[in-house]
Design a protein around this ligand. Structure first.
Ligand SMILES: [Zn+2]
Ligand SMILES: [Zn+2]
Length: 183
């Protein structure tokens, strides 16, 4: 008869526990690993950057032993492993050097999709009203609002007055009924 009490709640801590995050240079202090770890991944899209960084982290990254031929200009100008385009071609064509897909430049991101009249109107509004309307616009699938719609909203908000809870007015959810508790 077994006397062991298989307990579900073990008090003893786990014997082998990772105390630190995985480090690829813990047991490998070679110059090669150092150089690879210090590589700056540029000229690629976010997705490819993640892939390459993953390869570096888990030591799957294999640097090029010799420059590789660019698929575009056919020069042996690629110095980075996994790249298909040389850095000159990828920056000229605005494509990711690895997957060759167009890279959208972050600084030209269309952040203000409204038409200019709506923009001007919004800017002229008092802070609180503007924020309420912007929040409403952001909830819309298109992320836009027409001038007519905006004017209606402004007049509705004016009727309500700024002291009213504008969020309730604009909320898609039915108003909460806190004082009607069910027993
Ligand atoms: Zn090239
Ligand atoms: Zn890519």
């Amino acid at each position: 008869m077994s006397t062991s009490r298989g307990s579900a709640s073990r008090q003893r801590p786990q014997k082998y526990q990772n105390r630190t995050a995985f480090k690829n240079d813990l047991h490998d202090t070679s110059q090669k690993t150092k150089i690879i770890n210090s590589l700056d991944i540029t000229g690629v899209c976010k997705r490819c950057k993640d892939i390459i960084e993953w390869k570096i982290k888990y030591k799957k990254y294999k640097p090029l032993s010799a420059p590789r031929k660019c698929v575009n200009c056919e020069q042996k100008a690629i110095k980075h492993a996994y790249h298909m385009f040389c850095s000159k071609c990828s920056s000229e064509k605005q494509v990711c050097a690895k997957c060759c897909k167009p890279v959208e430049s972050n600084d030209e991101k269309e952040d203000e999709p409204q038409n200019p009249a709506v923009q001007t109107m919004l800017k002229s509004l008092p802070e609180r009203k503007r924020r309420t309307i912007l929040r409403y616009i952001n909830k819309q699938e298109s992320g836009k609002i027409s001038m007519a719609h905006l004017e209606t909203m402004i007049s509705e908000l004016d009727k309500l007055g700024l002291d009213d809870d504008l969020d309730d007015f604009l909320s898609d959810d039915p108003p909460s009924s806190d004082n009607e508790d069910e027993n």
